[in-house]
Design a protein around this ligand. Structure first.
Ligand SMILES: C[S@@+](CC[C@H](N)C(=O)[O-])C[C@H]1O[C@@H](n2cnc3c(N)ncnc32)[C@H](O)[C@@H]1O
Length: 215
């Protein structure tokens, strides 16, 4: 089975549990575990929103959009058009539900498919990929494709290879049979250079490096 297929199967099966990280209704123990292990998932959303302001009237592509939390947040802040792409159908099912409940379904389009093939068109103001490069075997191709499709800003996260949670995270994904790709600072910067991204802000955040590139 290909690495892509393993990632797709994992996130298709894990979609509800993954999206629950964003939920408020959970017990004290789950809240504590989520805060320590997966707190970055929420913190990087706040950072992306801050770095993309002003969003009013903009078009945004979200790569590996998962359950659509970023797309809905962009639309709620006034983005005129948001496209989210993810190859896990269960993730896109939740994304459509959440966009409908938030009343922004008319400005959010979700596509089930692999990036970049599922988004052949360009012309977006910004493109984001958060929690995506953790699962991608060919990051240079993906960053280059995002760059081709966006006019002004890219926001991306790269998971750190050296961090106290890494050994347990590696073991967990090994047990799950899902590939996991981690980055030293040098490797992530090398990916950006190889993809032609040179002007960027570098922000270490928890277990990730966040990159905000101006095109
Ligand atoms: C950890 S989730 C992050 C979801 C979302 N960005 C967030 O932070 O809430 C990573 C997502 O990337 C998707 N993904 C990974 N590689 C992909 C590819 N080549 N094309 C489309 N989706 C992909 C997975 O299916 C998964 O839903």
């Amino acid at each position: 089975m290909s690495a892509e297929r393993k990632v797709l199967d994992h996130f298709h099966a894990d979609a509800r549990r993954f999206d629950a990280i964003y939920g408020e209704q959970k017990g004290a123990f789950t809240r504590f575990v989520d805060h320590v292990w997966r707190g970055v998932v929420r913190r990087r959303l706040d950072l992306a929103l801050e770095k993309l302001e002003p969003l009013a009237g903009k078009s945004v592509l979200d790569v590996g959009c998962g359950s659509g939390r970023y797309c809905v947040a962009y639309a709620l802040r006034g983005a005129a058009r948001v496209v989210g792409v993810d190859f896990a159908p269960a993730m896109i099912g939740i994304a459509n539900e959440i966009a409908g409940k938030a009343g922004v379904a008319d400005r959010c389009q979700f596509r089930v498919g692999a990036f970049p093939e599922a988004v052949p068109e360009g012309g977006f103001d910004a493109a984001t990929a958060m929690g995506f490069f953790d699962y991608v075997a060919d990051p240079v191709r993906m960053v280059a494709a995002m760059r081709e499709r966006a006019r002004s800003t890219l926001v991306m996260s790269f998971p750190k290879a050296v961090e106290w949670r890494v050994p347990i995270r590696r073991l967990r994904f090994l047990a799950l049979g899902c590939p996991l790709f981690l980055y030293t600072e040098g490797r992530a910067r090398g990916v950006l250079t190889a993809a032609g991204v040179t002007d960027y802000e570098w922000i270490p955040l928890d277990r990730d490096y966040i990159v905000v590139a101006r095109l």
